[in-house]
Design a protein around this ligand. Structure first.
Ligand code: PHE
Length: 409
């Protein structure tokens, strides 16, 4: 059983930074320099001891890549939405939430590592950047939505490398039905439809039981109802996986889409699961999901409902579908990235140099009587600029004056 509650605890503070200043002193310095207010999305907020949002992160908040036409994350959002046409599609909720919304309403324990300032971004002690789209579950259920998708940018403090970035995107999906005979009939009919669809499809599912001692039914729920809702969750997501990956792995008889279910644990769902898909030779962790806890439904003022929720990470899926090798590319404003994509179309990313093209014309005089071979100059350029220089061309040589054109990659 996997316990996948956001993130595992990490070293809270390293002892020394690169320049050998003890971490405690660095922090003291930081708080001494703290401005009294921060401006976030055009509003001013007072700071306090929890404030740790940085200017780089603030600059990401208005971008909403998942709504920018033609951006791969926007196409992926629309592809997921097209699979759930009868659901409400939400994509413009503010990233500012209270720790109460992000954690407490979802039954996160008081000492959960995700709450710490080393793991999450705080404007101040009362306001933070959502760390997951589940932060809106209670509000959206509370508004009366019964079937909905919500796509948004989420923020977690992390190292930056090719597959980690402190901002990424998630789509949350949820469905609730009445916890009575009418609701159960609705689920049974939907399950029949989905079973028939999946039976006709080229998919191989490695399942786990809907309920197990380690992944139990909730005390307030009838186990038969939980079996039905868990089955509806699994069928709905298996069919979503088919929609996202199915045709793309070559749906021949010998090569079905492989989907694997794993027991998991989240503070606001039980039973809980994770889904992995076998794609281009690797098992890919796609999403977390589960049957929503009664406490969460009570918090949302819908105590007579029963439901499921899932949350999937868009970057990871877009990276494999588009063959995008580095998560940082999603933030690129380079036309060589952006112009490659069209809304609604998944195409293979064509790599290019990570540096923008830059041309330099260099002219110089040689001392009288001295000669310089073109190759000597090329070596000089390589020694100074290394491999970023793509090409060095002698443009003209006239009575002692050399003119060279450099193309730097
Ligand atoms: N919010 C969880 C995450 O970020 C995923 C999840 C969503 C799990 C909904 C269960 C239900 O990992």
């Amino acid at each position: 059983m996997r316990v996948a509650t956001m993130r595992s605890p990490r070293l809270l503070l390293r002892n020394v930074n690169g320049r050998g200043i003890p971490a405690r002193r660095r922090l003291a310095n930081l708080s001494a320099q703290r401005p009294s207010h921060v401006t976030v999305l055009g509003e001013q907020y007072p700071t306090d001891h929890m404030t740790n949002i940085s200017p780089t992160i603030v600059s990401k908040l208005p971008l909403k890549l998942h709504t920018q036409p033609s951006h791969p994350l926007s196409t992926l959002r629309a592809l997921i939405e097209s699979h759930f046409p009868t659901y409400a599609h939400l994509s413009s909720l503010s990233p500012l939430v209270t720790p109460y919304q992000n954690f407490d309403l979802l039954s996160f324990p008081a000492d959960h590592p995700g709450r710490s300032v080393t793991d999450s971004y705080y404007i101040n002690k009362d306001l933070m950047l959502r760390t997951h789209t589940s932060a809106h579950e209670v509000d959206v259920f509370g508004r009366g939505e019964t079937k909905w998708l919500l796509t948004a940018d989420v923020y977690r403090r992390d190292e930056i490398d090719g597959s980690h970035y402190p901002v990424f995107h998630q789509t949350e999906g949820a469905r609730i039905v009445s916890a009575n005979a009418t609701g159960m009939k609705e689920l049974e009919e939907d399950n029949e439809r989905l079973v028939a669809h999946l039976e006709r499809s080229n998919i191989e599912i490695e399942d786990v039981p809907h309920l197990s001692p380690a992944n139990p039914c909730q005390p307030a729920h009838d186990p038969k109802h939980t079996e039905l809702i868990a089955k509806n969750l699994k069928l709905s997501l298996n069919s979503l996986m088919l929609h996202l990956f199915g045709g793309r792995v070559g749906a021949t008889a010998g090569n079905p889409l492989k989907v694997r279910w794993i027991e998991a644990s989240f503070p606001w769902t039980t039973p809980s699961f994770e889904v992995e898909v076998f794609f281009r030779g690797k098992w890919l962790e796609i999403l977390g999901c589960g049957v929503v806890r009664q406490a969460t439904l009570d918090n949302a003022n819908v105590p007579d409902k029963l439901g499921w929720a899932f949350g999937l990470g868009l970057e990871r899926i877009a990276m494999v579908l588009y063959s995008i090798p580095d998560i940082r590319l999603f933030w690129s404003r380079d036309p060589r990235f952006l112009s490659q994509f069209q809304q609604g179309e998944i195409t293979t990313f064509k790599p290019y140099s990570k540096y923008p093209a830059c041309f330099k014309d260099v002219s110089f005089w040689l001392p009288q009587g001295e000669t310089l071979h073109e190759n000597d100059f090329c070596d000089l350029v390589r020694d100074v600029a290394g491999d970023v220089v793509e090409d060095v061309k002698l443009a003209s040589l006239c009575s002692g004056m050399s003119k060279l054109a450099l193309t730097c990659e």
